[in-house]
Design a protein around this ligand. Sequence first.
Ligand SMILES: Cc1cc2nc3c(=O)[nH]c(=O)nc-3n(C[C@H](O)[C@H](O)[C@H](O)COP(=O)(O)OP(=O)(O)OC[C@H]3O[C@@H](n4cnc5c(N)ncnc54)[C@H](O)[C@@H]3O)c2cc1C
Length: 461
Amino acid sequence: MLDLIIIGAGSAGISAYKEARKYTHNLRIINDGAWDTTCARVGCMPSKILVSTANRLHDAHHADRVGLNLQIEADTSRVMTHLRALRDRFTRSVIRDVDSWNPEHKISGKAKFINANTIEVNGEQLQAKAFILAVGSTPRFDQGDQKALGDRLISTDDIFELPDLPKRLAVIGSGAIAIELSQAMHNLGVEVTTFARSRHVGILSSDNLQNIAQAHISQQLSILFETLPSSMSRDGDEVVIDYQDQQGQAQTIRVDYVLSAIGRNSLLSTLDLYKVDASFTDVKKLPIHDDTKQLGDYPMFVVGDAFSKNPIQHIASYTGKHVVSNALNYPQVEALPKLSPLAIVFSNPQMAIAGQSKKELEQRNIVFITGFQSFENQGRARTLGKNYGGIEVYIEKSSQRLLGAELFMDSAEHLAHMLSWMIAEQVTLEDILDRPYYHPTLEEGLRSALKHARRQLRELG
Ligand SMILES: Cc1cc2nc3c(=O)[nH]c(=O)nc-3n(C[C@H](O)[C@H](O)[C@H](O)COP(=O)(O)OP(=O)(O)OC[C@H]3O[C@@H](n4cnc5c(N)ncnc54)[C@H](O)[C@@H]3O)c2cc1C
């Protein structure tokens, strides 16, 4: 009997394996498909390469905002080959690491459960005292569309493999991935039409920042809010999309590809978990304890995107590592250490949430003050020609502690990290205001938001 079987070798499974082998060599890690992780192959890395190229071109096109007159003749023919060349460096580095592991620990194949301590892979049965399920997720498709459009309906698993940038692309969805890729493709000269079921874009939960983001993004991008295609059909190499516009008029567009970015399905469904427990038929309703990651009372622990409210790479890695002690010490199971929340969308400008979102605070009935600062007239943002968006900070009324912040601004990724780290240190409003603010910087916008909160607190007495 093995001490541990880890199923899935993505960001979560790799972290779990590296941690577990410090304590035991009586273990296996099983992975279906490539061993180079979703993040490196078809996720975080290729999408960020595309976004970086697109942002560079976008800045050049908007050089007039900083007093330059540029005649741009962009040759985008190398964009996709550059993307893959760089992406392949990242995947090679993951593979190099995996290649250095003990070959006896690794099994390539699709695992499924036979019973609570037995799995089957490649026709062989293996038993373990505990299991870490780190199987990730896969893009969600509408089955009907898939049938009708064939290879012209693509997901993030396919888009980075396109030989060249398409001329016309429709994107279905307005979540983080849909917005990142819609904007990047648009900024690279692709004719993009984005269909959004609601008005909600990305991750921001604040209505104020959502309104600002929706207005800003829809100025640049052809985003059709509260509109989905009424029909999609294939005509040769084109896709014909019919929809009804906001005025109720029938419209038709033709595109080369449709990117389905409507979410992802957990691959826990591949594991036949109902053979462990007859009640585990619906993988969305599994009794997974949020704090320990344990599945019911079983010696099974679920980490990463397979079951997560926050399908984010650093959380997959962190929980993968920290869940190992629960798996190896079962039945002694403890709550995992918690990271201060941090989520970023690499849109243009970026969106971020540090600490608790406004919606979470409201749902928890926490009494807090919102400090807001627009970046439309912020000094540094103006010098950069990137004076748009805003920031909100959430200060608890009783303790005056910073609980969270939402950002829609240039380079939000950096400020959001700093805010998340400060929130972890439980700093108060006065603590943060009593720090240096170099002039002129975007951080001065944060200070203005904090002062806005302080004025409101003083008025309340
Ligand atoms: C386009 C895109 C952009 C993204 N951008 C970002 C970003 O900028 N920042 C960020 O933090 N996150 C980003 N993410 C999310 C990030 O990629 C994921 O959070 C992370 O990769 C999840 O890792 P994981 O280990 O849970 O899953 P994975 O890396 O998917 O690993 C799961 C592994 O399990 C295997 N598996 C599945 N079923 C079985 C089975 N039955 N038996 C054996 N093996 C199995 C799979 O084949 C896979 O190899 C992005 C995702 C996408 C798609």
